[in-house]
Design a protein around this ligand. Structure first.
Ligand code: SAM
Length: 317
């Protein structure tokens, strides 16, 4: 799908005992830029230099899953790419653009707009519409926003529970947004009805919550997006919440697809953080994910909450 994916040397073995933390030993066959360095761990491809900021795979498997998720969410939003009340923004910034699929679609739909996608990792498509451009940039760096000016619409998706990053993002977005411009955040979280229950899914969920917390992340920041936007000076803050039952029996194809796509990412969400913070090896985590998915398939009470929140920069007439 993506021919810009960096070259890397696979480690021989992705078993429990793999000394996977030893990045030097991974002897990455990189291009000239560190940006391209990647390493196989747990049979998945990870960025080398950004593994603390982004401890999730960047391989084709994950890229395909994220692209499918983007299509499913667009369908959920009735064909809209964003919900903020702006028809055709002239300048758009897509932060944490990933493969850039959202930015490309936005550029195709709005040929008179200029669309920029920003990401830490180089994994964007090479063939892009003329009004779309990608930049490799670290939005954790102070002043990141100075490269992007006069944006009418800023799109942010998937904060991965990092509230500090969210704050930096909103500070920067406020600066590079024009008065009257909009910022929109889209993310998802799981809300369980009986969180104390003992199913393999609940057990997995408690483990991943602990691993995320030890990594300085929270699983429920989507619920705070409105407050965060208001605290950063945005007005007309509006939240839309879509609740997709985790038990998809009787649900339509779209809802089933969204839950299945999310569940297909359990390994991606958990492998690195479960090892780093809970000492769980590859096989243990793979088995936990498989059992959690099986329990989910049989029916878990709760919802996958998809939260879209937008706010406007004041100062317009
Ligand atoms: C879940 S993925 C992107 C999903 C994408 N928006 C989509 O809808 O397909 C999250 C992205 O955030 C990027 N990222 C993480 N930390 C970042 C940072 N500090 N600066 C820029 N991008 C970052 C990662 O490289 C990754 O591509």
């Amino acid at each position: 799908m993506n021919d810009t994916l960096p070259l890397a040397t696979p480690l021989e073995d992705a078993s429990d005992s793999d000394p996977l933390d030893d990045i030097e030993e991974a002897s990455t066959r990189s291009f000239d830029l560190a940006l391209h360095q990647s390493v196989y761990r747990f049979g998945r491809l990870y960025s080398v230099i950004h593994r603390d900021q982004h401890p999730w795979p960047i391989d084709e498997l994950e890229q395909d899953r994220l692209e499918e998720q983007s299509i499913l969410l667009c369908e959920l939003f009735r064909g809209r790419l964003f919900l903020a009340p702006i028809e055709s923004p002239r300048s758009v910034l897509d932060i944490k653009t990933g493969t850039g699929c959202w930015a490309i679609e936005c550029a195709d739909r709005h040929p008179a707009s200029t669309v920029c996608g920003v990401d830490l990792v180089k994994m964007q498509h090479e063939w892009v519409p003329p009004n779309c451009e990608f930049f490799i940039d670290d939005i954790c760096q102070p002043g990141w926003h100075t490269h992007y000016k006069d944006m009418e619409f800023i799109h942010i998706s998937q904060i991965h529970g990092d509230r500090q990053l969210l704050s930096l993002l909103l500070e920067g977005s406020y600066s590079c947004c024009i008065p009257g411009g909009w910022v929109e955040i889209c993310d998802m979280s799981v809300q369980l009805e009986e969180s104390g229950e003992n199913s393999p899914f609940h057990g997995f969920f408690r483990d991943i919550a602990t691993a995320y917390a030890r990594d300085g992340r929270q699983l429920n920041p989507p619920l705070h997006f409105g407050t965060e936007l208001a605290q950063h000076g945005f007005v007309n803050v509006t939240a839309h919440s879509y609740l997709i039952p985790l038990c998809t029996e009787g649900c339509d194809q779209l809802m089933r697809g969204i839950v299945r796509n999310w569940a297909a990412g359990l390994e991606a969400y958990s492998l690195a953080l479960m090892e780093k913070h809970l000492g769980k090896g590859y096989l243990e985590t793979i088995l936990l994910c498989a059992s959690a998915r099986e329990a989910l398939r049989k029916g878990i009470k709760g919802v996958l909450q998809i939260q879209v929140v937008y706010g406007q920069k004041p100062g317009f007439n």
